[in-house]
Design a protein around this ligand. Structure first.
Ligand code: IMP
Ligand code: MG
Length: 339
């Protein structure tokens, strides 16, 4: 903080939603903003036994005083946004940048029916790729053109930069991960936009000189949904044996699971300019650490893993998620002088 961007270092689904929700609850930002592609990303937040799967609303909603902003770079699905705002009673807190591009029915149809996109790439079918294509062709509708969004329209860069001018904290949430970045991922098996911290800053309209922290989230066992190369992938039998199978938030699809990828982690830390690393799925690495909240409670196996991650990336590991619930986390930012 004051301005923190959270991004994914592998192929998405690293647990950004959980990390963002924790940071929001703990650091109490004035604004929680969402950058990234659009409703193709599902971020999960669990508070007690309640689980929220968010595709449009920033995961920082858990901090009740935070203004919730959707940056101009983000594609908006009006139905999804309205549904999430209603379910969580967020109508008074959400602002949508007037320049957001809006996904229409035809974009979803193309995404779901086009063989290249659906079968070869394995898109989420949420219309993001076709909408970004129309945006580049300069024939898409913007949020300002949509009557249903009238009450939410705002200028996100203006709000964020003024909050920073006033010395308030801003938490910015990215989507997906390095491996499916349009620029740096495994093209053509990628999403329709860059997913790195610089892109997320641009999405919400803050310049690189105003970004204070970049948290790159990695999961102890990386996963990938959809098609494309995955260097450290494990065979299905192996993941079943280890009990680390996973299913997608948006699509329900089975995720491919692999082991820690040192090279990819190093590269992700570099491109994102990471100042900190958050690790998720630590309870999968060692079930005995489930729910741990202090560094001392972590096993030697986990401590050695943390040391390896720091060695691989040259960046301090400061947040260690030990379970899906928001409070299941070890936060050593202060000890590591990252606060
Ligand atoms: P699209 O972004 O829906 O066009 O999907 C393109 C590729 O990115 C597919 O392989 C998807 O599975 C993957 N993808 C898109 N969004 C996410 C995400 O939030 N998590 C994981 N994979 C994603
Ligand atoms: Mg996800």
């Amino acid at each position: 903080m004051p301005s923190t961007i959270v991004v994914g270092g592998f192929f998405g689904d690293e647990g950004k939603g959980k990390i963002v929700a924790y940071l929001a609850k703990n650091d109490k930002p004035a604004i929680a903003a969402r950058g990234g592609v659009g409703p193709n990303a599902g971020h999960t937040v669990q508070i007690g036994n309640r689980k929220y799967a968010l595709s449009m609303v920033p995961s920082g909603f858990v901090h009740e005083n935070a203004r919730l902003l959707i940056g101009a770079g983000v594609l908006v699905d009006v139905d999804v946004l309205m549904r999430e705002m209603s379910e969580l009673n967020l109508h008074k807190r959400v602002g949508v940048d007037w320049r957001c591009a809006v996904i229409e029915e035809k974009h979803k149809e193309i995404d779901q029916k086009n063989a290249e996109l659906h079968d070869k790439i394995g898109t989420t079918g949420t219309g993001c790729g076709p909408a970004n294509a129309d945006r580049a062709l300069r024939r898409i509708k913007q949020a300002k053109d949509i009557a249903a969004l009238k009450d939410y329209i705002c200028d996100v860069p203006l709000e964020i930069n003024s909050a920073l001018d006033d010395g308030r904290n801003v938490l910015i949430e990215g989507t997906q991960g390095l491996g499916i970045s349009l620029f740096y991922g495994t093209y053509p098996f990628v999403t329709s936009k860059d997913t790195t911290a610089s892109q997320i800053a641009a999405d919400v309209g803050i310049g690189p000189t105003r970004v204070d922290d970049v948290v790159v989230v990695f999961k102890s066992f990386p996963t990938r949904v959809g098609e494309g190369p995955f260097e450290t992938e494990l065979p299905d039998e192996e993941t079943a044996k280890l009990g680390i199978e996973e299913f997608g938030t948006v699509t329900g699809r089975k995720r491919r699971v692999g082991v820690w990828d040192s090279n990819m982690a190093r590269y992700a830390a570099m491109i994102n300019g990471a100042t900190m690393i958050a690790l998720s799925g630590i309870d999968r690495l060692d079930a005995s650490c489930k729910g741990a909240r202090t560094y001392e409670e972590l096993s030697n196996k986990v401590k050695e893993f943390i040391a390896k991650v720091e060695d691989d990336t040259g960046v301090p590991v400061t947040l260690i998620s030990t379970g899906p619930e928001i409070s299941e986390i070890v936060d050593i930012r202060e000890e590591k002088k990252c606060m």
